[in-house]
Design a protein around this ligand. Structure first.
Ligand SMILES: O=C(O)CCC(=O)C(=O)O
Length: 347
């Protein structure tokens, strides 16, 4: 008798080809031959932020936000041990028995702690080759009691990692504020009580990676994302119409601009499409920290960046409205931002 598995990780052990609901139309497949290899995403050394080189590093960050919407950081201040524990624990979590993992399962995108699969199983037509655990991390005391308790060190290790990731996010937000010519604390103050979510993405090996995606091209709805990936490649970023592979470099993070930053910067900085591809022999783990405004905070283009030559491109909106639209729409390459643009038909 056929059994229904809700998680991909429990389905894959028995399959030698990709089930039909994961197969993308021919016009929308990874086309790995057309992807640019090498590593063109700027790698920025954050050590200089603390000294007399600060303005140079801020400039580098600003340029990367403008030209790529993506950069990598080294000397970021997060101890290697904290990173290693986070990666190990994530692998251990996805290797737990099905019955143990399923205690956290939900297909409701508004739940603040949940294990799920693909992107939004309620709205999407084609599934993605991914399971994920998604949690909220800030304020920690509001959410930690919901987090899994297995592996036993989950709460302690993830709390440690998420506090470190938050510290890095705040450092980067100050630098990005300055790079836009805004007060150093402008963005910090624009986020209400602040929010921080984390996903632990688990991409099992895939028998036919050319037919499907771990995650198809999408932009992030939040402010900035800080991505930790293990040593298995998979991330690709769109630049000038071409997909660029971003191979892992140990002890670095990948940072990208999300939609809220595009709005605050009034389109100076772009929230760009990126995607995750899968491979036939290795599982892959990636851990994005999504730093965001609190749900009630209102996002708007920074008044300092508005003038006669640069009219505001977006109307004001609450982050909670944006977030709901993002999850309900299915993961599409058309950005949600269009729904919040000031146009003659959308004043
Ligand atoms: O797995 C990756 O490298 C990308 C993950 C990602 O884009 C996401 O979770 O939104």
């Amino acid at each position: 008798m056929a059994t229904t598995k809700q998680l991909l990780s429990d389905l894959v052990s028995g399959v030698s080809s990709v089930p039909s609901n994961y197969i993308r139309p021919i016009s929308d497949r990874p086309n790995i031959d057309e992807v640019s290899l090498g590593n063109p995403i700027p790698l920025i050394d954050l050590q200089g932020l603390d000294g007399s080189n600060r303005s140079d590093v801020v400039k580098e960050i600003g340029q990367a936000c403008q030209e790529y919407g993506f950069f990598q950081v080294k000397n970021h201040g997060i101890p290697e041990e904290v990173i290693d524990k986070m990666l190990c624990l994530s692998r251990d979590f996805f290797h737990l028995p099905e019955s143990e993992r399923m205690k956290n399962y939900s297909d409701d995108p508004m739940k603040t702690t949940r294990l799920s699969t693909s992107f939004n199983v309620k709205t999407e037509k084609v599934s993605n080759w991914r399971d994920f655990l998604r949690i909220h991390c800030h304020p920690l005391e509001d959410y930690i009691h919901e987090w899994p308790t297995n592996p036993p060190s989950f709460r302690e290790d993830v709390a440690e990692y998420s506090k470190n990731a938050r510290g890095l996010a705040l450092t980067l937000l100050e630098a990005i504020s300055e790079s836009l010519g805004l007060d150093r604390d402008y963005i910090n103050k624009a986020l209400g009580k602040h929010g921080q979510h984390m996903a632990i993405n688990y991409y099992p090996p895939c028998p036919q990676p050319e037919l499907t995606y771990g995650l198809p091209g999408h932009a992030d709805p939040n402010l900035i994302t800080i991505l930790l990936q293990d040593n298995v490649p998979g991330l690709q970023v769109l630049k000038d119409g071409k997909w660029l592979a971003v191979p892992p470099i140990s002890n670095t993070f990948i940072v990208n601009i999300g939609d809220q930053m595009q709005v605050i910067s009034n389109d100076r900085y772009k929230s760009v499409l990126h995607r995750a591809i899968v491979n036939s022999n290795k599982e892959r783990i990636s851990i994005p920290t999504f730093y965001c405004p609190s749900p009630d905070a209102v996002t708007l283009p920074a008044p300092h960046l508005i003038n006669d030559h640069h009219p505001p491109l977006y109307r004001n909106f609450a982050y909670s409205d944006y977030y709901k639209k993002f999850w309900n729409r299915g993961l599409a390459t058309e950005t949600c931002l269009d729904m919040f643009k000031i146009t003659t038909s959308n004043p």
